[in-house]
Design a protein around this ligand. Structure first.
Ligand code: TMP
Length: 233
């Protein structure tokens, strides 16, 4: 598939058009940012790992009935995906309190939720991705009721599938962020699922194996990403 001009460069990925207008190429970078781009760095090899981890999880989810944008891996850092129009929502699922939820509700990091918590953020960097609810989504036309229903249904199912999958690999899925898009009018899972977008703790020691090692300067960032890929393969 011939790569044409770059359409978009994000903080961790580049998106390219191809000769087929319904297919795009995503290239995963080593660049890492946190706190809405305030903290900047590089995690050497991250692009390669996130490309592989995302491909592996998208394949798993497809097999289990979740439509995704993933078509195939093209190289170390590139995957071919279906073109989508991104729904401007960050969908967060939390099984255990951590990060902004622990802070907001005054909970201990590690406190297990009685049920998975679903949150929506409005995907808008200039505003720092503020948290919103279904009334806001409807009031400012971010998605239709039907699309929101699908998004919630898929997100919960994705959580069930991934909690089990990670747990079998000795990893606790604490929380994660996903994004959906529209392809031929249908809601499908898009973006990436990787240690950049999930909190992953070792099941025995609770060692963080995700981007919190970069956000919080915990060290061993590269080796944590490598460990996740190793356990998933
Ligand atoms: P939070 O606790 O900082 O709100 O993060 C919740 C989850 O969402 C966590 O797994 C990290 C992920 N996340 C992203 O993927 N992108 C972001 O921009 C933020 C803030 C969080």
């Amino acid at each position: 598939m011939l790569k044409k001009e770059m359409l978009y460069e994000g903080k961790a990925k580049k998106v390219f058009r191809t000769e087929d207008e319904k297919k795009y190429i995503i290239e995963y970078k080593d660049d890492a940012t946190a706190f809405n781009g305030v903290k900047k760095g590089k995690i050497v090899g991250k692009g390669i790992i996130n490309n592989r981890v995302s491909a592996l999880l998208f394949k798993l989810l497809e097999e289990r009935g979740i439509p995704t944008h993933f078509i195939e891996l093209l190289s170390d850092r590139e995957m071919l995906v279906k073109h989508v129009e991104i729904i401007p929502l960050e969908v967060i699922i939390r099984n255990v309190a951590a990060g902004s939820l622990a802070k907001r509700l005054g909970l201990e990091e590690g406190a297990v939720m009685k049920l998975p918590v679903l949150e929506f953020c409005y995907k808008k960097d200039e505003l720092g991705d503020p948290m919103i609810n279904e009334y806001h989504i409807k009031a400012i036309d971010l998605a239709t009721d039907e699309q929101v229903k699908k998004v919630k249904e898929y997100a919960m199912k994705i959580n069930d599938i991934m909690v089990e999958f990670f747990s079998e690999r000795n990893i606790k899925l604490i929380d994660f962020k996903i994004e959906f898009g529209l392809h031929d009018g249908e809601v499908i899972l898009a973006d990436e699922i990787s240690p950049d977008t999930c909190r992953l703790w070792d099941a025995q020691t609770d060692k963080k194996l995700d981007k919190d090692r970069f956000r919080r300067d915990l060290g061993d960032v590269e080796s944590a990403y490598e460990e996740v890929l190793k356990r998933l393969q």
